[in-house]
Every structure is written in structure tokens, then in C-alpha cells.
Design a protein around this ligand. Structure first.
Ligand code: MG
Ligand code: MG
Length: 258
């Protein structure tokens, strides 16, 4: 069931999502060679709670009923999504996708950014730029009267044109009082297919893209998803509302990119 949000609810959604944006900016300021993803997790957990919100990922169950043990997902290099923070220090040239969720005043924020650790190769820099562009192309397609497939088509065509892989097993989603609501928002699709997009819908659009083959595998921890060929992966996510016929981005990378 798709829940359409009122203007007041969208305002609350924006608050939760801006808090997630500020949390990611805090993390961005801390990312450097030598820092561990567990340290980033602690920083995020403290920041979210200090702002009167709850980290939604902590304790969130996987399909095996295992609770996620941290407040952010940190997926390094060939890890695609749902990486668990560890004591291993980040190294120069790594990339780390940090996915963050917070529940504030009854509504959820959800956003993800892939950070560079020190200097990265030109090849990977170009890959990250393309994946981020595909997020905004997906968002542009999210107008009232369009369909979910228009979003997926926009993301997929942009990434595949550059020779990258579009992960099929994990998708974006509706969001509101629950972190995951209907409809699912795949990063692939055909124009004019899927659920109709309407004013009041809030959705998380989140391209999960690989530099090589799109095949992924679940690690024995039953959380971390890696590329099968070891190629690096990137993940960028915004939560948006459809509003006056147009996409309105509720989360923000502005503070991260300043
Ligand atoms: Mg997310
Ligand atoms: Mg999400």
C-alpha cells in the first residue's frame, strides 16, 4: 500500500532527511586514511541521538531475523550495500559508501553517499561522478504522472552507457513512517511501466552500481553484499517527495560537498 503524505508530513520528512544529510556531512569531515568505519559509526550514532532522533538501521532485521549491529552501513570498495562497520582502518584510495537512516518526530530519513578516502584513481573518480549523475537523472524522471519504470530507465541507461553494472537485487523504496514502504523503486526498468507516480509520494531513489559485472553475492555475515568479480561499487541515495507535480529532494548533499 502506498501512503500519500500531506504537506505537514512532507515538512517532517524534510526535517528527518536534513538531519541525515548533516550526519553524512559529519562523517565526510572524518573520513581519511587511518580512520575505522566503527569510528564513523560511533560518530553517526552520537550525532543522530544528540539531535533527538533514533538511528533506524540499528537493530533492523535481515531476512534471517538477524538485527543490524550498527547505526550506519559502511560498504568499502567491492562491498555494495549493508556493510557492517569494522575496526579495519580505511586506506588511501579506498571508497566507502555510507548509508544512514534516522527516525525523527515519527518520520524517516534515508540517504547514502560514497566518499573517497584521500586521493582515488581517475577511473574511480569518473565512476563515482557517473553514479551520482544517474541519481539526479532518476530524480528528474520522478514527476507526477510518470511511472516507477521511468526512474529505473533513467538510472539504468545512464550507468550502462558508461559500461557499468546496475545491481538488480537491491532497490529503492517508498518511505515515511516506515523506512521501507511501497512501492519498490528499481534502478532498472522500462519507460511507462510500473506504479503511477503521484503528488504526496515520498520515495528513496538509490542507484547501487558496480564498475564491473552487476553480479553480487551475500557474505557469510548475511548482511554485507559484495560484487562477485571484486570490482568496486558505489551507492548514492536521496529521499524525495513528489510535490506540485515535481520531485522535491528532501535529503541534501550540500553540506557534504561544501
Ligand atoms: Mg539508505
Ligand atoms: Mg533506502
Amino acid at each position: 500500500m502506498i501512503f500519500l503524505k500531506t504537506e505537514d508530513e512532507i515538512a517532517l520528512m524534510r526535517k528527518a532527511n536534513l538531519l541525515v544529510g548533516s550526519t553524512l556531512a559529519e562523517i565526510g569531515r572524518a573520513v581519511r586514511p587511518g580512520v575505522t568505519t566503527k569510528q564513523l559509526d560511533k560518530l553517526a550514532d552520537t550525532f543522530i541521538r544528540d539531535h533527538g532522533a533514533m538511528p533506524t538501521f540499528l537493530g533492523f532485521p535481515n531476512p534471517y531475523g538477524q538485527p543490524f549491529p550498527a547505526s550506519i552501513c559502511t560498504s568499502v570498495n567491492g562491498q555494495v550495500v549493508h556493510g557492517i562497520p569494522t575496526d579495519e582502518p580505511l586506506k588511501e584510495g579506498d571508497i566507502v559508501s555510507v548509508d544512514c537512516g534516522a527516525l525523527l518526530d515519527g518520520f524517516n530519513g534515508d540517504s547514502c553517499y560514497t566518499f573517497c578516502v584521500g586521493e582515488i584513481s581517475e577511473e574511480v573518480r569518473s565512476f563515482l561522478a557517473t553514479v551520482k549523475e544517474s541519481l539526479y537523472k532518476g530524480i528528474e524522471a520522478a514527476c507526477a504522472g510518470h511511472r516507477v519504470g521511468d526512474i529505473g530507465h533513467a538510472v539504468q541507461s545512464h550507468c550502462e552507457a558508461a559500461g557499468y553494472g546496475v545491481v538488480r537485487e537491491f532497490v529503492g523504496h517508498g518511505i515515511g513512517r516506515e523506512m521501507h514502504e511501497d512501492p519498490m523503486i528499481p534502478n532498472y526498468g522500462r519507460r511507462g511501466n510500473g506504479a503511477l507516480l503521484k503528488n504526496g509520494m515520498c520515495i528513496a531513489i538509490e542507484p547501487m552500481i558496480t564498475m564491473g559485472s552487476r553480479e553480487v553475492m551475500l557474505q557469510p555475515d548475511r548482511w554485507t553484499v559484495c560484487t562477485r568479480d571484486g570490482s568496486v561499487a558505489a551507492h548514492f541515495e536521496h529521499t524525495i517527495a513528489i510535490h506540485g507535480g515535481k520531485p522535491d529532494i528532501l535529503s541534501s548533499f550540500d553540506e557534504i560537498e561544501q
